[in-house]
Design a protein around this ligand. Structure first.
Ligand SMILES: Nc1ncnc2c1ncn2[C@@H]1O[C@H](COP(=O)(O)OP(=O)(O)OP(=O)(O)O)[C@@H](O)[C@H]1O
Ligand SMILES: [Mg+2]
Length: 256
């Protein structure tokens, strides 16, 4: 198992944000974490990526319990989260930002010993640009990118760290329908090419049902249901959990 979360629990004062959550993520899987607002999805990512420490439970990442390790240590072990980093260097082009990220990663890895890291870094940056289909934006300044392309660059910067596990918290947030499908198509493409383990939080049920191999539904911090798209669509607990929310599960379920 690439990532195995066992009996994870987290309280913020009176809020029980994560309740005894146990989920396994096999190597190379593409998994969606869904649930109503406040269900504890982002907290779950914060716990496994080391941003917060759980009150109890284990996070076994590639054979090692990482609870108590810092975010940085966890990144070095190969778990990356796409943050809104593109805006941190607005005056770098896409190519420059990715090259810088690749070099910074290599400095921390064995290729530091290489006398010529820069051409290698350039190749990797180009590979990421191609993977994300940003060829025509390679020389565009980050600040001049569209919202969607900035998000792609954020994912690209995470990819520069060559992660084993990639965490995406609502990669399509703030996008119109067309841009959403474009984004998620790219996520699916990079997952299939890189064969990495991808976890994504997503509110758009059409997207979740279309691409996720496995879906875990959180509600009030606990796992309400686990299954494939077909199983989750038909799960009465899940349907009930979404009634009265604005996530349109009923529409996504449809009668198809
Ligand atoms: N740092 C924090 N301090 C206190 N409470 C927190 C903190 N982070 C999250 N919470 C609480 O934990 C619960 C779960 O929040 P979380 O952000 O994980 O939900 P979510 O499923 O990501 O929701 P959304 O779909 O709106 O992004 C909420 O009640 C939230 O207020
Ligand atoms: Mg959230």
């Amino acid at each position: 198992m690439m990532l195995s979360v066992q009996n994870l629990d987290k309280r913020f004062g009176g809020v029980h944000a994560t309740r005894n959550v146990s989920i396994d993520f096999p190597a190379g899987s593409l998994t969606a974490i869904i649930g109503p607002n406040g269900a504890g999805k982002t907290t779950f990512f914060n716990l496994i990526s080391g941003a917060f420490r759980p009150n109890s439970g284990k996070v076994i990442f590639d054979g090692q319990d990482i609870v108590g390790k810092s975010s940085l240590e966890i990144v070095r072990l190969g778990m990356m989260r796409a943050f809104q980093v593109a805006e941190i260097f607005p005056s770098l082009t896409v190519n420059e930002a990715l090259t810088a990220a690749v070099i910074s990663h290599q400095r921390k890895s064995w290729t530091f010993m290489s006398r010529f890291p820069v051409p290698e870094a350039q190749t990797s940056a180009e590979e990421i640009i191609e993977l994300l289909g940003l060829e025509d934006k390679a020389d565009t300044l980050s600040r001049n990118l569209s919202h969607g392309d900035q998000k792609l660059l954020d994912i690209g910067l995470a990819l520069a760290m060559q992660p084993k596990v990639l965490l995406l918290d609502e990669p399509t947030a703030g996008m119109g329908p067309d841009e959403r499908w474009r984004m998620i198509g790219k996520v699916q493409h990079l997952w299939s090419v890189k064969k990495m383990t991808v976890l994504f939080i997503e509110h758009d049920m059409d997207i979740v049902f279309k691409i996720a191999q496995q879906i875990h539904v959180l509600k009030y911090g606990a796992v309400l249901a686990t299954g494939t798209a077909d199983e989750i669509r038909r799960n009465q607990d899940v349907i009930d959990a979404y009634l009265g929310t604005d996530h349109h599960l009923s529409e996504a379920i449809g009668e198809t």
